[in-house]
Each structure stands twice: as structure tokens, then as C-alpha cells.
Design a protein around this ligand. Structure first.
Ligand code: PLP
Length: 426
């Protein structure tokens, strides 16, 4: 029921109760943080064995090469084979790098900007304008990269199946549209996994720009919260089948699997794209941190070891997600003031409140000592035109804190909507 539909005395009672709850909330002097999708210390502890790996005595990868020395820009076979099997792609198409996939994404765009891709008629810096498709809500750090290069970011709404493909197919008729961000599985911040039809269209569609690229940022590829797992399509093979072999720049990393910031990042693509990437990356550096790659290969053992570790994460994260959703349902379910995603994996819940209220919710929460990701953060330039969206990240705080913070957030959502209804009536 919308607050507008409440009888005046019912509305007055709700307004009074919500204001009292908010005053109580403020009086608790909380200091809680639901801002960034970082693993908790409990989750980091699952991989503490990394700190003493690869161990002493045997420093060689499975080809016999000494990982302590320079070289091997593509990364060691041990971890590439394991990771490629987990993602269902050909290890020959996968490079293992240093710890950050975001660094590789930044490099890819930099190289394309300065020199052009292997399919570009000219460097992107020499294009009159570069436009980039940004499904919204999306990952703020993606948008920061394209903003940094001065690309025009064109928003496309996310649907429960993935980006609105009618809009995407229309946009790619423009030769200035050079690429697109995606987080295809358990996405940031919606938790949505792209439906097979959407994936197929992305691989098959014709684009006016011959150097059009999709950043397939599969950061949450295997990050299930249940005992089932979303399928990971082999988009490199799919695009090849559709005659667009160089379409995807496929990213992955162990950041939210082992130790964030000290993991291994991966880049997968067609042979030609990898050769292009390597032609620049081999000037940028000699090779990645192979000791860390060997440490990861030894920690995980095999794909089953990787999935066993993901189940430990699920057992830590799922109760937090369940708590957020239970509180939203219980506190807000009766009123038509908010909608939220109920993800089966990933790190985030996307909360949409009544139009024009998200910033107010954020302010109220801040005053009550609950830090939320800034309203609008999941949109290019940090601007959500309708001021509705808030990204909730429940992974970092302990479960009890998640409960306290979310109960407080629910109070702030109700209060913001009460205020908006009063303002509209006045
Ligand atoms: N991509 C997405 C969609 C993310 O949500 C994150 C971290 O939150 C990253 C990439 C960062 O990855 P990395 O640690 O490999 O740089």
C-alpha cells in the first residue's frame, strides 16, 4: 500500500511512530558501515594458509619453471588450467596476472585509447568522440574508468534478464559506441545473472564499430550464496561461433575468493586480442607475481577445492543476505515504498526507494551513524536521475551489526517516504 493511500489518522500514527523510532536510532550513537563489498575477516581467514605458501623446498610450476625468477607474462600453467576449468573456457585463451582485474581493465582501455585495439582504424584518442554503454545500476569503478578517459557514458537499464537488449542493439548502430561494461553473473549491484538469450545476443549482434568490445567482468563468476551455481557461458567460443571472435575482454579474479588485494587476476580473450594485449603488456612489465600464483594453485588444489572454498564463503555470507532481506520484507513489505533484489550470489543487494528519496535515506542513515554507499554511486558520474537507488553491501560487518544497521536503514526509508508524502501533500 502506498503511504498516500493511508487514511489521515493511520498516516499520522505511522509518521509519529517512525519519527520516534528514528530518534531512538540516533540515540544509540551507532557506527556501522554497509558501504563497500569487502570480504569480512572471517572470510579472509579461510585462506590464511596462503600466507605460508607456496612454502619452502619446491618453487617450480608444473612445467618445472622456477617461479621465483622473471618471465612468463601469461602466468603459470598450474593456476591458468585450474581457473579455465572453473570458468569453462580454454586455458590457451586465459592469462594469469597480478592481483587486480581492475588494473587490467584500466590497461586495456589505456592501450586502446593510446594505440587503438587490434581492430581499430585509429587510436580511440583520435576519435571525435568515444561512447560507452553502461548498464545501470552498475559498478561504480567501471564508470570511473570511462569517466577518466572522457568517454560519453550511455545508460541502459538492467532488466531481471540482464541489460535491456533492445536498447543495446539500437545503440550499437552508432559507430562511436566502442564498448560496454558488464558484470554478467551475480552482478554488482543487482545480483542479476544474464539470461542465455541476452548472452547470445551480445555475442551475435552486429555493431557499427568494428573495434567494439564488451568488458565481461565476471568478478562474481562462482560466488553463489546457495548450493546451486549459475552457469558461466563460454562467451569467447560463442562470439567466435557468431563471427565476432574479438568481441569479449573477459575478466576474472580471486579477490573475493582468497585475499582481496593479494589475489590473482585473469584476462581471457581471443588469440588475436591476447597477442595485442601482450604486445603492450610485455613493454609495461616482465611478468606477474608467479609466487603468488603458485601459492594460489597450492591452496586451492583443484576446481573442487575452489568450490569447497566458495561454499565456506556462502555459509558466512548467506545469513547476512537473508537477514537484510528478512528485515526489508518485515519492516517495509506492507508499504509500497521500496523494492529490492534478492540475489542468489555475489556481494550486493540493490534497493530502490520511492523516486526522489534515496539521497534523503542516505542522509538520515548517516546522521544515525550508518554509512551507506552514496545514493547514485551505481550510476555514471554518481548521478541517479530518479534518486531511487541504494547499493547495500552486507559482507563486511558481523551478522548482528548487519541486522542492527538494516533495521536502522528500514526506519530511514520509512521516514524519508513519510517526509516525501508530507511534502507532496503540502
Ligand atoms: N569488478 C567488479 C564488478 C567488482 O565488484 C570488483 C570489486 O568490488 C572488482 C572488479 C575488483 O576486482 P579486482 O580486485 O580484481 O581489481
Amino acid at each position: 500500500m502506498s503511504l498516500k493511500q493511508l487514511a489521515p489518522d493511520q498516516f499520522a500514527e505511522l509518521a509519529q511512530r517512525t519519527r520516534a523510532q528514528y530518534e531512538e536510532l540516533k540515540a544509540r550513537n551507532l557506527n556501522l558501515d554497509l558501504t563497500r563489498g569487502k570480504p569480512s575477516s572471517e572470510q579472509l581467514d579461510f585462506s590464511n594458509a596462503l600466507l605460508s605458501l607456496p612454502g619452502t623446498g619446491d618453487y617450480t610450476d608444473n612445467t618445472g619453471a622456477d617461479v621465483r625468477n622473471y618471465g612468463n607474462l601469461a602466468g603459470i600453467a598450474d593456476i591458468r588450467e585450474l581457473w579455465a576449468e572453473a570458468l569453462g573456457i580454454d586455458p590457451a585463451h586465459l592469462i594469469a596476472g597480478d592481483s587486480s582485474s581492475l588494473n587490467i581493465m584500466f590497461d586495456l582501455i589505456s592501450y586502446a585509447y593510446i594505440w587503438g585495439t587490434n581492430d581499430s582504424p585509429k587510436p580511440w584518442k583520435d576519435e571525435e568522440k568515444v561512447k560507452w554503454i553502461c548498464p545501470v545500476p552498475g559498478y561504480d569503478r567501471h564508470f570511473s574508468i570511462t569517466e577518466h578517459f572522457g568517454f560519453e557514458m550511455v545508460q541502459v537499464p538492467m532488466t531481471p534478464q540482464g541489460p535491456d537488449m533492445d536498447a543495446v542493439e539500437e545503440l550499437v548502430k552508432d559507430p562511436q559506441i566502442k564498448g560496454m561494461w558488464t558484470v554478467p553473473i551475480y552482478g554488482n549491484p543487482t545480483g542479476i545473472s544474464f539470461a542465455p538469450e541476452v548472452v547470445d545476443k551480445l555475442a551475435a549482434m552486429d555493431t557499427a564499430a568494428e573495434d567494439f568490445r564488451i568488458v565481461w567482468d565476471n568478478a562474481y563468476a562462482i560466488h553463489t550464496l546457495t548450493d546451486a551455481q549459475a552457469d558461466n557461458p563460454d562467451v569467447i567460443a560463442l562470439a567466435d561461433k557468431h563471427g565476432h571472435p574479438n568481441r569479449f575482454w573477459y575478466m576474472s579474479s580471486s579477490s573475493k575468493i582468497t585475499h582481496a588485494g593479494s589475489g590473482v587476476a585473469f584476462f581471457a580473450s581471443s588469440k588475436d586480442n591476447l597477442a595485442w594485449y601482450t604486445s603492450h603488456a610485455s613493454i609495461r612489465g616482465i611478468g606477474p607475481n608467479k609466487e603468488n600464483q603458485l601459492a594460489h594453485a597450492r591452496l586451492l588444489g583443484d576446481v573442487q577445492g575452489l568450490h569447497d572454498l566458495m561454499q565456506k564463503h556462502a555459509s558466512s555470507l548467506a545469513p547476512k543476505f537473508d537477514a537484510v532481506i528478512a528485515i526489508l520484507r518485515e519492516r517495509l513489505g506492507a508499504y509500497d515504498v521500496a523494492e529490492w533484489t534478492e540475489p542468489k550470489g555475489g556481494y550486493f543487494i540493490s534497493l530502490d526507494v520511492t523516486d526522489g528519496s534515496a539521497t534523503r535515506v542516505w542522509e538520515l542513515a548517516k546522521e544515525a551513524g550508518i554509512a551507506l554507499t552514496k545514493a547514485g554511486a551505481s550510476f555514471p558520474h554518481g548521478v541517479d536521475e530518479t534518486d531511487t537507488n541504494i547499493r547495500l553491501a552486507p559482507s563486511l560487518p558481523p551478522l548482528e551489526e548487519v541486522r542492527t544497521a538494516m533495521d536502522g536503514v528500514a526506519t530511514c526509508v520509512l521516514l524519508a517516504c513519510v517526509e516525501a508524502t508530507e511534502n507532496n501533500a503540502g
